[in-house]
Design a protein around this ligand. Sequence first.
Ligand code: SF4
Ligand code: SF4
Length: 382
Amino acid sequence: MKGASLKAYLQDPFLAGLFGEIKAAGNMKSSLLDLTHKCNLRCVGCYFFVEGMDRHKKISSRREFEAFVEAEKARGTNMLTVVGGEPALELDRLRLLAKHFKLTVVTNGSLPVPRDGLENIRVAVSFGGRVARYVLRGQDKRDVFSEALSNFKGDDRVGFYYTTVAGCTDGIESATDRMIQNGNYVAYNFYADLAKQGGKYNHRLGFADAIDKINRMIEKYPRQVVSSPYINSTIAKRNLFGVPWGYNVCPSVTFDHPANQERMREGKKYPTQFRAYNADLRTTRRCCVGSARDCETCTDLWATYGWVIGSMKEHLRSKQDFTNWLLTTYIFYMQTGFIDGSKNLYKLPDIYRRFRIETETNTAPSENRTLALDVGDACHAS
Ligand code: SF4
Ligand code: SF4
């Protein structure tokens, strides 16, 4: 029955084309690692230092690092997300990883990442809104945003992942304008108030306002903003077809970490590949964002992508559900380099036109509305 539905949905040539590209790109087998325990910044609320993950020191021996690369290849890993600490402090090790894996390097943007030996990686500059820019990241002393724009001007490997703050969304448009004018693509994250600053930083305010503004940016820049409205809505709702977001469904957990054994035993869906490595590359942690994070505060973008992408069967109940799943998967494949973004960004306006999303905010659960994006060329030209 479900197979028949899929076949029927793929009678649509546009969907069939995208689906074929995803199949040709192959399955992702991903892991995540901290390349170093060091960072050149100290952002308020950074989970890495809040949880003391810098106690796992970077392995010093090149030989040990090479052995790790070989072991990870032998496990079948084909994609690595490299975080830290600040991975741009370790360019030689990045070059070695880039030879063997699809690589996404998550950086604060304050240090250059040269092209030499790193031509084909994806660089995700993780960045905050106006308040986060000066208070959280630069400690009111540095304009790290401007530094990042300067370091990556016109660099087509680079996406700025702009972290929206629930109660402070005024800067989204002006920051997006700057990132687009800088020649980079733009995606969005959602800030969780781990440092318990409260007020406008409180993610429990909900992200309805941020999402409205993101949708306006998609209408304005449909070939440069690479952000699934379906993922954004899922993060805000914390729910997929009545199943709540959280530990029991999260795919970004280390499959063989002792802390996850009960979940493994209970047979809940999980990838048997994913590991989140600490900087010593010998130990792992419970999940991509640490060992102690309360899942109730988790707004992790890529973990949510993993949840949705791993839930294809649940999305076969209607053509529109399948469409939302397929478009979201395609966008993630572009973001991670499994599908060549530079050759396929032109498809984004057609992709955005096909999203239809029942949105429901976590602050106003009774409010439902349908989102249908209008991303005509006139909008793009504005
Ligand atoms: S740049 Fe990243 S790793 Fe460094 S302190 Fe800030 S959030 Fe943490
Ligand atoms: S904190 Fe987030 S990424 Fe980690 S297990 Fe919980 S839901 Fe998953």
